[in-house]
Design a binder for this molecule. Structure first.
Ligand code: HAM
Length: 422
């Protein structure tokens, strides 16, 4: 029986990997400019970390986690997201001792047992960012600015930044009550799911995807109208700082997010080019999570973006080829030249060139065809005559021009020729 990949997971094949690497490298470069450092937590953790961290009544914890018992009977879960792991590591390694704002980011696979569809996978990749240790609204704004800077570097336009505030432990309970009372009046018109969750998690009714429910949601009380004075001033400062940078955004009173740890600012970035799963990125402030795991009071702000969705909308055709093509194709004719070519390829590679060759010992014509197919910049031809004379033929694959170069100084010569063409 042929074994195939599991439903909802996919291979990232070599012909796509250049895009992935380019996007990932751009993240490393942009985030480093803002002082963020990478952290690599494990891909599985104790189940409790996620059930407590993300919230028992969330969809993720209720029905989407890959949980199993390991051989010692311990309940472990493949991480459905990265924030809880970073918080665990932050406390475990006493990273708070540094006192300054800790700026971290991570990149890697996440696992959620969701119904697979376009843009929704059971293993998907996220790049996540967590700024830990400040309640300053400038942190919320700076992190969102960094995200938009990253998107801009990738050539992305037509993205929509949506913003909301979910209040804090002081004002949220009262808002939840007001909301629950209001929802109760609409129960017969709302979907089964909302009927089930309005008691435990009434905020989720606000972002139900059922069309009829969405219409009702617009009439329900808004968090913005029930914020305490501290939340109100935090949110208005975030907006005014964003205004000062001219980054456009919309207020979305239905934006509540699917994880329970959020307080204050929440946000999402969506793309009009994606279908139903149009959220590229989501995040917000989570001021209580570190304390909930018995760490010191540490207000945090972060986000995570879905790499599959992001990569599907990056305009690679407009921003040019991100993948590098080989500098040189070493074309060897004859058995002895093949042996000589082996050393030559090695020498050129250790000198920093991207080198390809033919491993089948084909004719000049078939090797040229391969060099062309790989879009090599130059072909370096080594045959019997070349070995006798100590001179190689260097052929420019873009215009067919050919020059003779001495074997001893071929590295310098090729470098010179490459420079001419940059
Ligand atoms: P999230 O909204 O659950 O937030 O996920 C962030 C992003 O991951 C989504 O906007 C989406 O692009 C991508 N994503 C989520 N599920 C899937 C899936 N099944 N298939 C493909 N892509 C998916 C979080 O994970 C939070 N930890 C973000 C955060 C960090 N908040 C504060 N810090």
């Amino acid at each position: 029986m042929k074994i195939q990949a599991i439903r909802g997971v996919k291979d990232i094949l070599p012909n796509e990997i250049e895009k992935w690497q380019w996007v990932e490298n751009t993240a490393h470069t942009v985030f480093a400019r803002y002082g963020f450092k990478e952290i690599r937590p494990p891909v599985f953790e104790k189940t409790q970390l996620f059930s407590r961290g993300i919230g028992e009544t969330t969809d993720i914890v209720e029905k989407e986690m890959y949980t199993f018992e390991d051989r010692s009977g311990e309940k472990v879960t493949l991480r459905p997201e990265g924030t809880a792991s970073v918080v665990r590591a932050f406390i475990e390694h006493k990273m708070y001792a540094a006192q300054a704002l800790l700026k971290l980011y991570y990149l890697g696979p996440m696992f959620r047992y969701e119904r697979p569809q376009a843009g929704r996978f059971r293993q998907f990749y996220q790049i996540g960012v967590e700024a830990m240790g400040s309640h300053n609204p400038a942190v919320d704004t700076e992190v969102m600015i960094m995200l938009m800077d990253f998107f801009q570097t990738l050539g992305l336009i037509r993205l929509k930044l949506q913003l909301n505030s979910l209040g804090c432990s002081k004002c949220r309970p009262e808002y939840r009550e007001v909301l629950r009372n209001s929802i109760r009046r609409h129960l017969s018109d709302l979907c089964d799911n909302c009927n089930q969750r309005y008691e435990k998690n009434p905020l989720r009714v606000l972002d139900c995807k059922v069309e009829r429910d969405q219409e009702i949601a617009t009439k329900l009380p808004k968090t913005a109208d029930h914020l305490c004075s501290e939340c109100k001033s935090h949110f208005s400062e975030v907006q005014s700082l964003l205004d000062s940078t001219n980054i456009p955004y919309d207020l979305n009173h239905q934006l509540v997010r699917g994880l329970d740890y959020y307080t204050h600012t929440t946000f999402e970035v969506t793309s009009a080019e994606l279908g139903a799963q149009n959220a590229i990125c989501g995040g917000g402030r989570y001021n209580m999570l570190v304390e909930e795991f018995e760490g010191p009071p540490t207000p945090c702000f972060g986000f995570a973006l879905g790499l599959e969705r992001l990569i599907s909308v990056v305009p690679f055709d407009k921003i040019g080829k991100t993948g590098k093509c080989p500098d040189v194709f070493v074309l060897c004719l004859g058995e002895e030249a093949q042996r000589h070519g082996f050393q030559l390829v090695h020498k050129l590679r250790t000198d920093g060139f991207f080198v390809e060759r033919d491993y089948d010992g084909g004719s000049m014509k078939s090797q040229m065809r391969k060099a062309n197919k790989l879009a090599c910049r130059f072909a370096l031809i080594v045959g019997e005559n070349e070995m006798k004379s100590g001179k190689y033929q260097l052929k420019d694959m873009s215009d067919g021009g050919q020059v003779e170069i001495p074997a001893e100084t071929c590295v310098e010569e090729i470098k010179k020729q490459l420079k001419k063409t940059v």
